[in-house]
Design a protein around this ligand. Structure first.
Ligand SMILES: Nc1ncnc2c1ncn2[C@@H]1O[C@H](COP(=O)(O)OP(=O)(O)O)[C@@H](O)[C@H]1O
Ligand SMILES: [Mg+2]
Length: 310
């Protein structure tokens, strides 16, 4: 290792719906960083006392292994800014923008990036099922605006299913996103870098279920990764171009992962950008990095170096 050993706070756990995933990520990132000589300290953010731990812990850097709210959404990033503690990944603005699936889509559109047509419903506000089905089609995807890991998400096959799906999403958020269902290959693209960005190889996700739901994401064997994605070369390049473009448009730093769908005619639609993608050894971005010759410990070390560069 070229760098001196650093004392790194691994922020993990927390209070979001993705707590379990986060603990798992934190565990693996810790092991990787320890294996390349860093000193790691687990900091669970579920108890607000962690702020004092960070303030007095003489850390060089924080590695945020949190997903969803109070982790990926800019709140922790804001705290780390106040504490003047460097951290891995995107800053306050990009984190908050990417976490809101509707605001992100507006930015994608402004940047000329194709994204599935959509509607927004706010809790307590009326909406028309006919209008939505008329505009977006009969097969729809309903998601809470600020969750990840497919939490609270449904696929709607007929109009009668729409209202119950919206209610389910309201259990997680006061704003719900309704998208046209786009059929195609699911292709995700990791992006690494600070001023100079690299798009990792395209990774096609083949879930056992109808879509890439919670179980497909976290239960081994419930999804397959195919690298590079089985789509035409031009579509692969387009996925990578879009991932880089979206990373810049949202002002991301260090890393991100863009989830796209490539239709049969090769059109690429961007679903979302994750600023703290899953970081277990078998997660999507680490898998794509490995295909590019970057093993997991090196990946974690590189992300730490990016954070130090700033
Ligand atoms: N508009 C859509 N058309 C088809 N499938 C979708 C659409 N939106 C989401 N999905 C499916 O749901 C999964 C999760 O959606 P995504 O927008 O990436 O949210 P998150 O990963 O944050 O839960 C996707 O990986 C894909 O399988
Ligand atoms: Mg996703």
């Amino acid at each position: 290792m070229s760098e001196r050993a650093l004392r790194i706070a691994i922020l993990m756990g927390g209070r979001s719906a993705e707590r379990e995933v986060s603990l798992h990520t934190g565990e693996q990132v810790s092991r990787a960083l320890a294996s390349i000589g860093h000193e790691v300290v687990h900091v669970d953010t579920a108890d607000i006392g962690f702020i004092e731990t960070l303030r007095t812990g003489r850390f060089d850097l924080a590695f945020i292994c949190l997903h969803g709210r109070f982790g990926e959404d800019g709140t922790i990033q804001g705290l780390l800014e106040l504490l003047e503690l460097p951290y891995v990944g995107s800053g306050v603005l990009a984190s908050a923008l990417a976490m809101d699936k509707v605001v992100s889509k507006q930015i994608f559109v402004a940047a000329g990036i194709p994204t599935p047509a959509w509607a927004v419903v706010r809790r307590g506000h009326p909406y028309s099922v006919e209008e939505m089905v008329g505009r977006l089609g009969g097969k729809l995807v309903v998601k809470p605006v600020s969750e990840g890991s497919s939490v609270g998400m449904s696929i709607v096959h007929e109009p009668a299913e729409l209202a119950p799906a919206i209610e389910r999403a309201f259990e997680h958020d006061r704003t719900v996103l309704i998208e046209e269902f786009v059929a195609g290959a699911e292709v995700t693209v990791g992006v690494l870098g600070n001023s100079e960005l690299t798009a990792l190889p395209t990774l096609e996700v083949v879930p056992e279920h109808e879509f890439y739901d919670y179980e497909s994401k976290y239960v081994p064997g419930m999804s397959r990764h195919i690298i590079p994605a089985r789509v035409p070369d031009v579509a692969r390049e387009e996925c990578q171009r879009i991932a880089l473009e979206a990373h810049r448009a949202l002002t991301c730093r260090g890393m991100s992962r863009a989830d796209t769908i490539v239709t049969a005619d090769g059109t690429v639609y961007l679903l979302e950008v994750n600023t703290i993608p899953g970081m277990t050894k078998t997660s999507l971005l680490p898998d794509a990095a490995r295909a590019a010759g970057i093993e997991f410990p090196e990946l974690c070390g590189t992300l730490v170096s990016f954070a130090r560069e700033r």
